[in-house]
Design a protein around this ligand. Sequence first.
Ligand code: NAG
Ligand code: NAG
Ligand code: NAG
Length: 188
Amino acid sequence: MQNRVIFCLAVILCVATAPTQGEYYSESVAAVPMQQKVTKLHFFLHDILSGQNPSAVMVAHANLTDGDKSPTPFGSVFAVDDALRVGPESNSEIIGNAQGLYVSSSQDANNFAIVMYIDFALTSGEFKGSSFSVFSRNPVSEPSRELAVVGGRGKFRMARGFAELKTAYFNGTTGDAIIEYNVSLFHY
Ligand SMILES: *[C@@H]1O[C@H](CO)[C@@H](O)[C@H](O)[C@H]1NC(C)=O
Ligand SMILES: *[C@@H]1O[C@H](CO)[C@@H](O)[C@H](O)[C@H]1NC(C)=O
Ligand SMILES: *[C@@H]1O[C@H](CO)[C@@H](O)[C@H](O)[C@H]1NC(C)=O
């Protein structure tokens, strides 16, 4: 009952304050507080640089690193469309994909780190069509680490949260990596 009253009030306020023609903004009003939900996700991201069909490709690198033996020299930028799978096996079920960019951001080769600008979308189950956005440093050489979730789409609209990561597999020659994710999403 109380919820319905608040909802009606919210609708009236929104209608009353929608931008009128000739004005590009509405009057700012207090937002109606909504109950937050938490959703946890568990999956493995498969970031594959090697082979005929890589899921991560270098799209730019610094001249300075021409001839660098590392698969991910400082300053290199990768575009990714990585599979999200339920397990670490390369044939386990796909439940989504991670699309975006990461940049190799550490000058210290012993402390390899990237910064990720990546949208994680789910393609099956309850959250099919929804995604959450990561904009975060990822100190890859640390065994366990945390990423910031800064937003979301669909059922994850307005999401915030964090992802806990552990490396399940890493090949320093090819750069191929399989990463376990536990994601906690706070959304409405
Ligand atoms: C980068 O390297 C290429 C080829 O060696 C050269 O033609 C170009 O001028 C260099 N660019 C810069 C900004 O140094
Ligand atoms: C994710 O959570 C599960 C269950 O609590 C735990 O076994 C696993 O180690 C966690 N993985 C990461 C990367 O935090
Ligand atoms: C890394 O990849 C290379 C090239 O495919 C392969 O020869 C090597 O065995 C791999 N190393 C590990 C630890 O999987």
